[in-house]
Write a protein that binds this ligand. Sequence first.
Ligand SMILES: Cc1cc2nc3c(=O)[nH]c(=O)nc-3n(C[C@H](O)[C@H](O)[C@H](O)COP(=O)(O)OP(=O)(O)OC[C@H]3O[C@@H](n4cnc5c(N)ncnc54)[C@H](O)[C@@H]3O)c2cc1C
Length: 581
Amino acid sequence: MNFVLEHIAGLGELTALPAFSHADGETAAAVLDEAARFFSEVVAPTNRIGDQVGSVRNEDGSVSTPPGFKEAYRRYVDAGWGAVKGPPEFGGHGFPTAVAIAVQEMLTSANMAMSLCPMLTASAVVALIRHGSDDQRAAFLEKLVTGEWTGTMLLTEPEAGSDLGALRARATPNGDGTWSLTGQKIFITWGEHDMADNIVHLVLARAPEAPPGTRGISMFIVPKYLVRDDGSLGERNGVVCVSLEHKLGIHASPTAVMALENATGSLIGEVHQGMRYMFSMMNDARLHVGLEGLAISERAYQQAAAHARERRQGRAVGAPRTESSLIVAHPDVRRMLMTMRVNIEAMRALMYDHAAAIDRAEWGATDAERAEGETRAALLTPVTKGWGSDLGVELTSLAIQVYGGMGYVEETGAAQHWRDSRIAPIYEGTNGIQAIDLVLRKLPVDDGAGVRGYLDEIEKLAADLDGLGVHAPAIAGALRTGVETLRTATEHLLGCDDANDALAGAAPYLRMFGIVAGGYYLARLARAAAPEAASDPWLAAKVASARFYADQILPQAGGLLGAVTADSGQLFAVDAELLGT
Ligand SMILES: Cc1cc2nc3c(=O)[nH]c(=O)nc-3n(C[C@H](O)[C@H](O)[C@H](O)COP(=O)(O)OP(=O)(O)OC[C@H]3O[C@@H](n4cnc5c(N)ncnc54)[C@H](O)[C@@H]3O)c2cc1C
């Protein structure tokens, strides 16, 4: 993590910005060391019991979290982990997003279900900082930054999932500056629980005379307990949990159906601007969901590698006849472990780079630096979310394969990671929606200048890898071929006249983008590691990762070109009525 922060996220340059003058690299490294200890010792042990027991709704509508959760969360808040990134004037420690994301990665590896609660709280903080009034900030921000109160997002309704424009929840003004909200929301993560004194719901609803679709959506703060002027908790508000879903994974994260019955809320910003505010929070929220793919793969990989070093089966080529070999000695097991390893390293680099772009967008020293950060973060958002969360499912599945039969039984914990990972491609905008966002919204920005700039960077790096010695030709060659393929695919999509043809190629394009970006970051890490690699096995392994990726993963980009450039004709060649027959 420190290596990636230094060589990819540019922590040195970030901490030179006035906003982060107190957060030098050494302090950040000390924070990560302490985070590693805390999350391993305090949070990770709650993961298994969380899966087995789950959160439960009681008859009175309250929700009880699994044993140990309240205590672990209280210690998380007391130790200040929720406040790593928040603004100092509201009790935060003011570290860059790049550092906060590394801490969040550890929390998510330790317990993904629990991590969703601080993740949503952080999104509520972003919303209030960017769009809240002074009064709203004063009432809620400090408690949210520290994590004493937690946040949620009430967007989804039975008829409004991917298409939020269809939502029906209503808000009517009470005449005293407050609003009254009515409606039903489904699938609300941590919508009700017992880990915090108050829950601050951000709710999307329609004000009177709202235009149809997404242009008529407003955003409201609806706290579980109303907050008095002196900051103390007042009346119980009309926002209640009616049931919890039973689901494939993240059992400890309560997924609630929430009823709003004349709940009192306050409008954030201006009426009908709710979707604009949502979009401004999306870079952060989607980065966090992509990060789930990384974090859970990392934990699954660590466990699978440990198992492969203990389990003996068969005889590896060249091993003595009398003894069976550790499975880690078999090439196919190595292939699985290396596939996990290099994709994890690639994801981490992409995501920390994305986090640093968010920091530059917010705190860059010049307008140009802020604009560059904004463009880069916007471009990487769907890639981080879509590629990262898909890989999470694939790599946790590979971890099960490394375990063999023991991976399929629950005892080892490998199965839980796979079940938990499966939600990330679905929520926070399905990966189908991410691909559409990448192709229809992000590529055309400035007539493709943002994406072309990124491709130019990759090409430049491919021409400058001599320092990698004997591995340079293979890594540079694969990277050059990969970026050429990605450029061809990009130009094809930018030039597509028929929107259906562009949409047909969107998902394979996002995958291709992720694969090539991964090769780029691993080559950068290898270049940073190369000078000392001869005397340091850990650094030598960085070069080995880039080489393995160049040989085995990068060529997969070429295999996707046909799917990106094929038109949509064959997708619709079979009548919809015949599908499923
Ligand atoms: C465990 C869990 C936690 C959640 N937490 C929250 C939360 O805290 N707050 C909240 O508000 N919501 C939450 N959600 C809801 C989640 O964001 C939605 O499930 C998600 O946005 C997808 O909507 P949907 O389920 O209605 O699927 P649909 O929109 O019905 O999608 C079904 C399929 O159709 C595809 N599709 C839909 N529209 C298009 C299109 N235009 N083009 C191409 N393909 C399309 C989708 O990609 C998907 O494959 C959660 C869901 C779950 C399961």
